[in-house]
Design a protein around this ligand. Structure first.
Ligand code: GLU
Length: 478
């Protein structure tokens, strides 16, 4: 094997890409980028019963949306194409045949009923659930005869019954698993398709994968995979099992706890930058105690030494906080472009980029999610509708004096800055010899229909001078 870092993200198209998958893909991507290696996308679609319509398109599309571009994979090609397992079936069959030929795997004819029975007994006796080896020592001749007679069969890997598998994992260190705990895994199913355990290993070998990054749930299967490497005389990759993702109550995060697909989070109005930043921290610790960093900074700093083996807790409050941080820090022009669709969806015409940007400049300080931008921008798009007691306030002489004063001042020039507005408003109170209680309510009411909200100069900036004057005029006319 060459020394080049080659990692693969190998999702099954059995559902939409979820945050756990996004984390694996992200670690693959940054690890490859950090080491000038290759990031490969491989689709593991050999389980035909679990295939979900649209999942493939979702996986590929979401990686692209998130900016995790792969070097080799479906649609992109590469020296080890095809990258979709259902198009590589001959390769798995070849290996399975060789394993059987060598005596490292065997055909098994046990019926589902028989297997169910063994399982029931094992369950009752509180024994580990595994195949009892009934077909393990069948002669090749008998097996051949039964295959020719058309009996359905699977192919199982012949695991040693004694000894242990000792291997090293970049995150977990030395791992040891007793061989006796390991099942004679089915590697070819009765429909002729390989299982994950064969297909992934064959492909990782053929595609010269240097590091296998996958979820911790695969750790206990690693001996089966090592067994295939040994039987085939292949060099093992470096194993990297990523920590589980847990709920705040430390239970394993799963669909039962909600929809954790990336798409669902995007639909709620999370930004891709926040999602990436957040999943990065599900296990990994940057060398400086930073919480907010860009993909580029992560690439520079990333290593598995700084990935914890303990389960990583999914903290929704933190994700929301992080999203708010990104809403405030991404360039305003960029936010303006991304916000448009949310306004349109809410039935509000966002107007020109200039108008929208001004509204967002203030609104983003109050929003955590994209739809809240719309909520907090409404005051700049919809004129206030007053209630009776507000009308009473605005009809008072003091209010009219305030509004008239502000209109006069604002009309003296067009190039108002927020500071200028702030200064002018402050001077106004002195000039009119009014108390704050008399002075500020009419201003805020005229502008936004309530007495609480962003600072007056910010409101004026977000509305624009023309609309500001218009609103004071309307209030005076009440
Ligand atoms: N197809 C496997 C899954 O979706 C991939 C595991 C691996 O990365 O090896 O869980």
């Amino acid at each position: 094997m060459s020394n080049k870092v080659r990692v693969r993200f190998a999702p099954s198209p059995t559902g939409m890409l979820h945050l756990g998958g996004l984390r694996t893909a992200l670690y693959d991507y940054v690890f490859a980028a950090h080491n000038q290696g290759n990031f490969i996308l491989r689709i593991e679609d050999t389980d035909r019963t679990r295939f979900v319509e649209g999942a493939f398109e979702n996986l590929v599309g979401t990686l692209e949306d998130m900016g995790l571009f792969y070097d080799e994979g479906p649609g992109k090609g590469g020296p080890y194409a095809p990258y979709i397992q259902s198009e590589r079936l001959d390769k798995y069959k070849q290996v399975a045949d060789q394993l059987v030929e060598q005596g490292d795997a065997y055909p098994c004819f046990c019926s589902k009923e028989r297997l169910d029975e063994i399982r029931a007994v094992q369950q009752q006796n509180k024994e580990p659930i595994k195949y009892d080896g009934f077909c393990r020592n069948m002669s090749k001749e008998e097996a051949q005869k039964r295959i020719e007679a058309g009996e359905p069969y699977v192919i199982r890997l012949k695991m040693p019954v004694e000894g242990s598998y000792n291997f090293s994992d970049l995150i977990r260190g030395d791992v040891s698993i007793e061989a006796s705990q390991i099942d004679d895994q089915v590697i070819i199913k009765s429909d002729g398709f390989p299982t994950y355990h064969l297909a992934a290993i064959v492909d990782d070998h053929l595609m010269e994968i240097s590091h296998v990054l996958r979820g911790e749930e695969w750790l206990s299967s690693t001996p089966k995979h090592i067994q295939i490497y040994k039987a085939m005389g292949w060099e093992q990759p470096i194993w990297v099992h990523l920590p589980l993702i847990l709920n705040t109550d430390k239970s394993k995060l799963s669909k039962r706890h909600g929809d954790f697909s990336v798409g669902a989070f995007m639909k709620k109005g999370f930004l891709k930058e926040a999602l990436i930043n957040f999943v990065a921290l599900l296990g990994w610790h940057p060398s400086e105690d930073k919480e907010i960093f860009s993909l580029q900074e992560m690439i520079e700093d990333f290593s598995f030494e700084k990935v914890n083996k303990a389960g990583a807790v999914f903290d929704m409050t933190k994700l929301e906080w992080m999203n708010g941080m990104y809403m405030r820090s991404i360039p305003l022009e960029e936010l303006t472009q991304r916000a448009r669709e949310w306004f349109e969806e809410a039935g509000i015409d966002p107007g020109t980029d200039e108008k929208l940007a001004r509204a967002l400049d203030t609104a983003r300080d109050y929003a955590t999610l994209m739809p809240e931008l719309v909520e907090h921008s409404k005051i700049y798009y919809e004129r206030p509708v007053f209630e009776d007691e507000q009308i009473e306030i605005l009809r008072s002489d003091a209010s009219k004096t305030v509004c008239r004063y502000i209109i006069e001042q604002l009309s003296t020039k067009t190039d108002w800055t927020k500071d200028d507005v702030g200064e002018m408003v402050k001077q106004g109170m002195k000039a009119l010899e009014l108390k704050g209680k008399q002075y500020y309510p009419p201003i805020r009411l005229s502008l936004i229909g309530r007495t609480q909200g962003p600072d007056i100069p910010r409101i004026v900036y977000s509305l624009g001078i023309e609309e500001t004057i218009e609103r004071f005029t309307k209030a005076m006319e009440l």
